[in-house]
Design a protein around this ligand. Structure first.
Ligand SMILES: Nc1ncnc2c1ncn2[C@@H]1O[C@H](COP(=O)(O)OP(=O)(O)OP(=O)(O)O)[C@@H](O)[C@H]1O
Ligand SMILES: N[C@@H](CCO)C(=O)O
Length: 356
């Protein structure tokens, strides 16, 4: 065995929902969280907690939002969860994880989903747990991020529909145990011999949809965060039946509409409408309703459809042309609300890749 082992893990960001597909549809996009990992097996003792040193560059580095404590950092705490479910208490001595993160945090581009997916791969690689398939890693992800759309896209890549298998009552109870028991707070699990609950088998599934090659993703990223938990708290517990039917009609069109080449702008525009989450999130994202309702393929050549990306505040506009003009128009609405934005043109991406 090599004394110094190195590998990288690359996980894409993602946009969830794409309008009507709340908690179902995900699209992996070409901006990547990267982990550069070194395991120095010549060392027998480490001065770092849990044998792991974390360094970080990119989003979250200067704000301190990405913790360098291996039990608090989302990526390494997820890796520890996988390791501890396999009776390994800590990282191999001595592990260095360098995080390169261009994905803005709390903006609706799946930063937490990417961190969770990168974390399960980190646990698998560090623990030499070669028997863990992608589908089994998906189970681990779903114990932490409990809606499957972002993690499904980040893991498998492309344009995916995700769904949960009906579980036995015992397995439902295991899946829904409090997150604090899955990822205990720092010091809650270090030397206590705590063995976290392993996920039930086969929780989540996915299906890949085709994507027309002409369609690109314009992401308009406002300079404020909306925590996903907060954006879920504003949603109602129950919905009027016509609103549910409205979304069901559109979700039946969406995967077909986005797979057809050449794309049909009117069909895509219609298929990206939503009544289950976007109207309620308007309270957290000034300008959202105006953006979604005021732009159509007729008024904006090249535009196919526009929606909130994940839980927001990023706006996702799908288009075949005039990308800058479309981005400028959306940024203009945010500017009217006193909000500055950045924008990026992205394309569908492959799923998580480990390179050794
Ligand atoms: N690379 C990372 N390393 C460690 N923690 C991270 C990383 N990326 C995200 N996180 C954690 O996830 C939080 C953001 O998650 P949140 O679910 O609120 O937003 P998001 O995933 O960016 O958006 P959405 O789920 O709507 O796409 C961050 O504040 C941070 O705690
Ligand atoms: N489907 C999720 C995605 C955000 O992580 C939501 O809209 O809340």
């Amino acid at each position: 065995m090599a004394q110094i082992e190195t590998f990288t893990i690359r996980t894409p960001c993602s946009s969830a929902n794409i309008g009507p597909g709340f908690d179902v549809i995900g699209l992996a996009l070409s901006m990547y969280l990267e982990l550069r990992v070194t395991i120095d097996r010549t060392k027998t003792k480490s001065e770092h907690p849990l044998n792991c040193r974390i360094t970080c560059e990119g989003q979250g580095e200067s704000s301190g939002d990405i913790s360098l404590d291996p039990e608090a950092n989302l990526i390494t705490s997820v890796a520890l969860y996988v390791l501890r479910c396999h009776d390994q208490r800590s990282f191999p001595c001595e592990t260095h994880v360098h995080i390169i993160n261009p994905i803005p945090l709390g903006r609706g581009l799946g930063s937490s989903g990417a961190a969770v997916v990168a974390g399960v791969f980190l646990g698998k690689e560090c623990g030499k747990l070669d028997h863990l398939s992608h589908d089994r890693l998906f189970d681990f992800c779903l114990m932490i991020e409990r809606h499957p759309d972002n993690v499904g896209a980040a893991l498998y890549g492309g344009f995916v529909g995700t769904y949960l298998k009906p579980l036995t009552p015992e397995d439902v109870a295991r899946k829904e145990i409090p997150i604090s028991e899955v990822l205990p707070a720092p010091a809650g699990g270090i030397d206590t011999g705590f063995r976290p609950p392993a996920p039930p088998f086969g929780i989540g599934h996915h299906i890949k949809f085709p994507w027309a090659p002409e369609i690109k993703a314009i992401t308009i990223i406002p300079d404020f965060e909306v925590a996903t938990a907060k954006a879920r708290d504003v949603l109602p517990k129950e919905y009027p039946r016509p609103d549910v039917v409205y979304n069901l009609q559109r979700i039946a069109l969406l995967p077909v509409a986005l797979g057809q080449s050449p794309p049909d702008p009117d069909l895509i525009y219609l298929a990206m409408q939503d009544k289950l989450h976007q109207p309620y999130r308007q309270t957290l994202i000034p300008g959202l309703t105006s953006i979604v309702e005021s732009m159509t393929p007729e008024t904006q050549p090249g535009l196919l459809g526009v929606c909130l990306s994940g839980a927001g505040p990023t706006i996702l506009a799908l288009a075949t042309d005039n990308f800058e003009e479309i981005a400028e128009r959306i940024m203009g609405v945010f500017k009217g609300q006193g909000i500055k934005c950045d924008w990026k043109l992205l394309t569908p991406a492959e799923g998580t890749v480990v390179n050794r």
